[in-house]
Ligand binder design. Sequence first.
Ligand SMILES: Cc1cc2nc3c(=O)[nH]c(=O)nc-3n(C[C@H](O)[C@H](O)[C@H](O)COP(=O)(O)O)c2cc1C
Length: 192
Amino acid sequence: MLPMNQNPRSVSELEITGLVGSLRVASSCRIVMDTMVDLLDDQARLRVPDIRSVPPFDQDLEESAIPPVVSDLKDAVRSSDAVLIVTPEYNWGIPGHLKNVLDWVSRPFPEGPFHGRAIGVVSAAAHPGTGDHVRARLSETMGVLGRAYPETLSVPSVESQSLDGRIVDPATRHELQEWLNGFLAWARASED
Ligand SMILES: Cc1cc2nc3c(=O)[nH]c(=O)nc-3n(C[C@H](O)[C@H](O)[C@H](O)COP(=O)(O)O)c2cc1C
């Protein structure tokens, strides 16, 4: 299995797979995701697989010997109720490695692992920056693959509001909590 954030909860909760679009150790997206893991408390179980070793998508490899890291990731998404993506904006678009992971997990289209999953899209940046472009592009892609939550969230200036790997600014924590509440309610209400 892929390494996951260990955060044991009861079985009746929503299961969410989290995908972080930056591989940087001090990533602001990682800080936002880890803060969300804490904020979800007993409302949902959010597990964040390590996607670092996912290879470039190769249809020959997919047909001959799908890498275990990819099949584990596909199983994780398939057994989740929802997917939460926190990503930076790179060159007005989706970071290449994240897009590569989405391409692997999208298969077989249209009934791949994302099919029927509620998908939340969040952008984050260490410094001021809206992430408007990446959220628009990602929402479009994820709306084709699954059920994209129409309300996306932008979390700028993460560096100045965090300590020890978590957002500490009360107003931003409140904003994250409110967005999560809306996403979970929507995910539950819109289940197939
Ligand atoms: C290759 C690259 C391209 C970037 N392009 C944009 C961009 O188009 N728009 C933007 O607002 N920020 C852009 N940035 C800034 C990142 O969004 C910012 O550094 C962010 O904090 C990176 O996420 P992380 O902190 O999770 O690693 C870019 C950064 C990199 C490394």
